[in-house]
Design a protein around this ligand. Structure first.
Ligand code: FES
Length: 139
């Protein structure tokens, strides 16, 4: 995460308009998929704005809104996480739960097992049954 903050600071420093909070928050969503309180407060300090002003911007953009929800579910379908039948399993699970599931190409947590994120919490699963179990437990 320390590396991410360095990257984020570099991104902000590279902006012509350093208070372009939409661009900054979009960068966070593209990189992390989730806007945590910590990241929000870091940005607020860095660009000298109140966190509630950033929340105001978030409310205008569905992409940002989603990424602020603590129960926002994203499943990695990237090369390191992919298992045969994953896409079909996700479709099947979508019919059983009452929340949105987004797919991402990488959650930045590549490893041996498949990964999914709920808010800023990362889960891993060994097989598709385990993935289903995790998601059904969130209902
Ligand atoms: S490919 Fe899944 S976390 Fe990177």
């Amino acid at each position: 995460m320390e590396d991410f903050y360095k990257e984020l600071d570099r991104f902000i420093d590279s902006l012509e308009d350093k208070k372009n909070d939409y661009k900054i928050l979009s960068f966070v969503v593209d990189e992390l998929g989730y806007i945590s309180d910590e990241v929000l407060n870091h940005i607020a300090r860095k660009i000298d704005m109140f966190p509630f002003s950033l929340e105001g911007t978030i409310k205008y953009y569905p992409k940002l809104q989603k990424a602020r929800k603590k129960d926002y579910v994203q499943i990695c379908i990237g090369r390191n996480c992919y298992q045969k039948g994953l896409k079909e399993k996700i479709e099947e699970i979508r019919t059983k739960v009452n929340f949105d599931i987004d797919e991402r190409n990488c959650l930045g947590k590549c490893g041996k097992n498949g990964k999914l994120a709920v808010g800023n919490k990362i889960y891993e699963y060994k097989n598709l049954d385990e993935l289903e179990k995790i998601l059904l437990s969130l209902k």
